[in-house]
Structure formats: structure tokens, C-alpha cells
Design a protein around this ligand. Structure first.
Ligand SMILES: [Zn+2]
Length: 359
């Protein structure tokens, strides 16, 4: 029936970015329209950056809570954490930490026996998972699991994020994940043309404008760390929220992410951040799509984000990139520039060499 289509957008209620704002947490909890039973998730390292502060703010606000240290992001570990959430009857999880902590929080909210909300208190600005409803866990390498409700609130305290011991690298990875939206939108529009998948012109347009604004601002912003955190955070939050608005993972997940996951499978024990893999994927896919991949290299270079395998912390073989390019289309059923059969070995090798991702 014409006009009967329903679009359900689920977006965070509050997004707060600023200095020394953790003390807003009790106020946000008290504004929720249910009696909260709080569980705080934090990491073994991030506990010292942010977790302990969240504990003392909750104590000061007379909010009782349980806590869990999240050590692993495997599906097996996630199921164990989720048992604890169910056993405790928790209905509000505060994720005070990095990517692993938030992904486990989303998983537990998704699988919980009762409606369970999330508050995200990130320690890094390195990927858009801090605001999106989509869950990725290691199985044994990065894998899409499903869709939870997005966090009810995101509280990004610049004073805490700036303390991250590896801040420049994580920020650069955040730039890598953000530039990936360019190839993801291209793939989404392409899938609309070739496979008639639903495409939101509004969401695509907003994300594209936000991305151009980001690209114009980012080089200048990176001169000052505090400003850089704000610019990268806003870009990641916009992307994450738009994923929830459109209820479609394609907003921020295209061939560059498929490549990233395939590369992760090829190099499971190497120290490569999600945004670093996505950055390489974006360069490769932009070239395939006929987009200006050299401009993308320029932006990534200015941010200090790897643009070739020689820039990575750990050494990886060029063959791993070639195999990941050949296998990327098998990672997920979404239709992208890689098509249904992917790249031949020769095409993959040529692409990786032409873009200088390998030499
Ligand atoms: Zn990503």
C-alpha cells in the first residue's frame, strides 16, 4: 500500500562532548524513565584512565552498581559477560573504555533477557562503534554479529580521551574509519542501482556533506590535539548516529570494511587497529570505484594514518593484502563494487601496487 512504509530511527538521547563532564552521568541515569540496575564495563587498562573515575562518580551520586573488567572481545567471552548481566538483573550498562568494551556492551544489551540500555563513555576516538547500533566481535577475527539499540547517551570527556597513552595513533585510526564513509556511500548507492536496495538520499547526502566538511577541517584540526579529538569524535558520532537513523549498516560499512575484515582474518595476531585496516581498504576501493584515491591518501597522510603496509606497526606480507582483496566479497552478503565474485589475483595485485598499498 503506498505510504504505508515505516522507517524506525533509533538514536541516542544525549550526546555530550566536553571537558570534565563525567559528573553528568548520575544526572543522565536519574533522567531515565526506569529504575536502573547498573553494571559498569571497563577494560584492564582503560579502568585506570576512566573506569575508576566512573566508579567514584556513581558512588558520590549514591547510585549502586556492579562492575566487570572486559578482557576479551570473542563471542565465547561475550556470552560469559552476558550471563553475568542476566544473573545480576542489570538493565543499564555503562561502557567506560575503548572499542572492545563498547562492542561487548552492545552485545550484552542485544542478548539480554530484559530491555537493557547503554551509556557509552569512550576513551578513544578511533571508530564509529561508539555511537552505532551495529555489533562487531572477534570470531576469531572481526565479524558482524547484529544490531542492538544504540547507546541512550554518549559522554565523551576530552580530558580523559587526551590521556590515552597512544592518542595520536588512535586519532589517526579514527580519521581512517571516517574516510571509509566515502567508499561505503558509493557502494550503497551502487547497490541501489544494481540490486535495488533501499537507499536514503537524505542520509547519504548528510553523511557526504559531513564527510566533506571533515576533510576540509581535519588537517588544520590535527595541529591541536584537543581540537583534533573534537573534530574526529564529531565525525565518528555523526556516522554512528546516521547508521541508527537509517537503520542500515551500509551507511558506514562497504567494501572498505569487507577488506578490513578479510585482512584481519589474514593477519589475526598483528597489531593493526580497525581504522588502520579501513584506511587501507578505503584507498584500494576508492581506486576501484573511480574516486579520487590520491586525495584520500593525502588526508590520511596528514593525519599520520598508515597508507601502505610499510607504515603499519607490525610487518605483514604483501600477499596478505592480495588474498584479502580476493576474499573480501565473501565476508558479508552486502553488494559492493567487489560484486559477487570478487577480484582475480592479478587484478588484486595490480590494484594494491597501483595504489602503493604494497610495493
Ligand atoms: Zn568502522
Amino acid at each position: 500500500m503506498p505510504g504505508s512504509e515505516i522507517l524506525e530511527s533509533i538514536v541516542p538521547r544525549s550526546i555530550i562532548i566536553g571537558n570534565s563532564i563525567l559528573d553528568k552521568i548520575p544526572q543522565i541515569i536519574k533522567s531515565l524513565r526506569f529504575k536502573p540496575k547498573v553494571m559498569v564495563f571497563t577494560g584492564p587498562k582503560t579502568r585506570h584512565i576512566i573506569g575508576n573515575d566512573v566508579f567514584s562518580i556513581l558512588e558520590k551520586g549514591n547510585i549502586s552498581f556492579d562492575s566487570l573488567i572486559i578482557e576479551e572481545a570473542s563471542i565465547e567471552a561475550a556470552n560469559t559477560y552476558q550471563d553475568s548481566v542476566n544473573d545480576n538483573g542489570s538493565n543499564l550498562i555503562i561502557c567506560a573504555g575503548g572499542g572492545r568494551v563498547i562492542e561487548i556492551g552492545k552485545f550484552c544489551s542485544f542478548k539480554a533477557n530484559q530491555k537493557t540500555e547503554l551509556i557509552s563513555v569512550p576513551t578513544t576516538a578511533s571508530h564509529d562503534g561508539i555511537a552505532s547500533p551495529f555489533i562487531f566481535l572477534n570470531d576469531p577475527t572481526e565479524k558482524y554479529i547484529g544490531e542492538s539499540r544504540p547507546p541512550v547517551a554518549i559522554i565523551a570527556d576530552i580530558d580523559k580521551i587526551i590521556q590515552h597513552p597512544d592518542l595520536p595513533r588512535y586519532l589517526a585510526a579514527g580519521v581512517g574509519d571516517t574516510v571509509g564513509k566515502m567508499t561505503a556511500i558509493w557502494d550503497w548507492r551502487y547497490a541501489h542501482r544494481i540490486k535495488s536496495v533501499k537507499f536514503s538520499r537524505f542520509v547519504g547526502g548528510v553523511l557526504q556533506s559531513a564527510d566533506s566538511l571533515f576533510q576540509n577541517q581535519v588537517s588544520e584540526a590535527l595541529v591541536d590535539q584537543e581540537n583534533a579529538i573534537k573534530v574526529v569524535l564529531k565525525a565518528l558520532l555523526i556516522a554512528g548516529v546516521l547508521m541508527g537513523t537509517s537503520n542500515d549498516i551500509r551507511v558506514g560499512y562497504g567494501s572498505e570494511h569487507l577488506f578490513s575484515q578479510a585482512l584481519h582474518s589474514e593477519t589475526p595476531n598483528k597489531d593493526i587497529l580497525h581504522g588502520e585496516r579501513v584506511a587501507l581498504g578505503t584507498i584500494l576501493m576508492a581506486k576501484l570505484q573511480g574516486q579520487d584515491y590520491q586525495q584520500i591518501i593525502k588526508i590520511l597522510d596528514s593525519a599520520g594514518c598508515p597508507t601502505c603496509i610499510d607504515d603499519l606497526e607490525d610487518e605483514i606480507e604483501p600477499e596478505a593484502v592480495i588474498r584479502a582483496l580476493q576474499r573480501a566479497h565473501e565476508v558479508d552478503s552486502i553488494y559492493t563494487i567487489l560484486g559477487e565474485t570478487g577480484l582475480s589475483k592479478k587484478a588484486a595485485e595490480t590494484l594494491a601496487i597501483q595504489t602503493n598499498v604494497i610495493s
